[in-house]
Design a protein around this ligand. Structure first.
Ligand code: G3H
Ligand code: 13P
Ligand code: ZN
Length: 315
């Protein structure tokens, strides 16, 4: 069942965070639904601009509608990840998405407010909600490149002004994470002090944490042992998810870790079975491993086991 992101946030706020997982293809979609049913967790499907153009934007819509049919007990929202203005408008007009993210974080402050306000007005008129971003994460996104050194944490005072003036429904904050597999070079940590200051100024307002893959070291070691070269990859400690949730983070974005599962499964498969060439053989292993990975993440986020309460609240 597709629900609004807003509803999911209302029910989760302060208690747990919803996993927001990016999908690009059939195997990820099946593994994601299977993992969320196995762990009885609500979830958010994220579709990036790159994912929309990987095959065809309608392909992912069709996959999601079909998965909804196959897994009638799934409760999820469909969200555009890191949208620009044109892509947000396309998604709003499609009638399929629950929410969009307008990523104006690379723009000057006033321009970020202006573009977010335009998307909020268009989205609210069609019943969608909007995630905006303030502050800059390190790492690499599709259309924004920010080096770790230049990463700018969200200013709590500015966050309040931004939310008030832009009218956005949730806010992605920069609190020390970055996208990709190489998040931290030395000692690191999430800036819970900054998060607490933001929550103080925006009580009850849903916050979002991007760049939240944990880049498990055993996964990296297995990939490297099977021919990969991922030296020094490091991520966010998943034991910190619940603390972030208590401080108002209701959505936690995870993409890279799923890519690592895919890489590990395929590298190991072709290393161990060099004579094989049926794509369904590693594909089957991947779907099952991806489902386990998703169920594990949902347990760490606190979203596992919430479907029953959610169903009662939605009835
Ligand atoms: O933050 C970006 C997500 O990991 C999506 O990545 O733009 O390569 O699809 P992508
Ligand atoms: P990771 O690269 O840490 O998985 O972050 C994903 C993300 O923020 C998607 O918007
Ligand atoms: Zn992101």
């Amino acid at each position: 069942m597709i629900v609004t992101t807003k509803k999911l946030f209302e029910l989760a706020y302060g208690k747990y965070a919803i996993g927001a997982y990016n999908i690009n293809n059939l195997e990820q979609t099946m593994g994601l639904f299977r993992g969320c049913i196995d762990s009885q967790a609500p979830f958010i499907i994220q579709i990036s601009k790159g994912a929309r153009s990987f095959t065809h934007k309608k392909m992912l819509e069709a996959l999601i509608r079909t998965a909804d049919d196959i897994f009638p007990n799934a409760i999820f929202a469909v969200h555009l990840d890191h949208g620009d203005e044109a892509t947000c408008m396309d998604c709003i007009n499609s009638g399929f998405y629950s929410s969009v993210m307008i990523d104006g974080s690379g723009l000057p402050y006033e321009q970020n407010i202006e573009v977010t306000r335009r998307i909020v007005d268009a989205a609210h008129a069609r019943g969608l909600v909007v995630e905006a971003e303030l502050g800059q994460l390190g790492g690499v996104e599709e259309h924004v490149q920010v080096s770790e050194a230049e990463a700018k944490l969200t200013n709590p005072e500015q966050a309040k002004d931004f939310v008030t003036r832009s009218g956005c429904d949730s806010l992605a904050c920069a609190i020390g994470t970055s996208h990709g597999a190489f998040k931290f070079s030395g000692s690191q940590g999430l800036h819970f002090d900054v998060l607490a200051e933001i929550q103080k100024r925006l009580p009850g307002f849903p916050l979002v944490m991007h760049g939240s893959s944990s880049v498990p070291q055993d996964e990296v070691a297995r990939i490297n042992a099977a021919g990969g070269k991922l030296g020094g990859a490091k991520g966010v400690d998943e034991e910190q998810f619940k603390r972030a949730a208590e401080l108002g983070v209701t959505k936690i974005n995870i993409d890279t870790d799923g890519r690592l599962v895919w890489t590990r499964v395929h590298r190991e498969f072709f290393r161990d079975y060099p004579e094989k060439f049926d794509l369904r053989d590693p594909g089957k292993i991947f779907m099952s491993e991806y489902a386990k990975f998703i169920a594990h993440k949902n347990a760490k986020l606190g979203s596992a086991g919430q479907i029953r309460m959610l169903k009662a609240a939605l009835a």
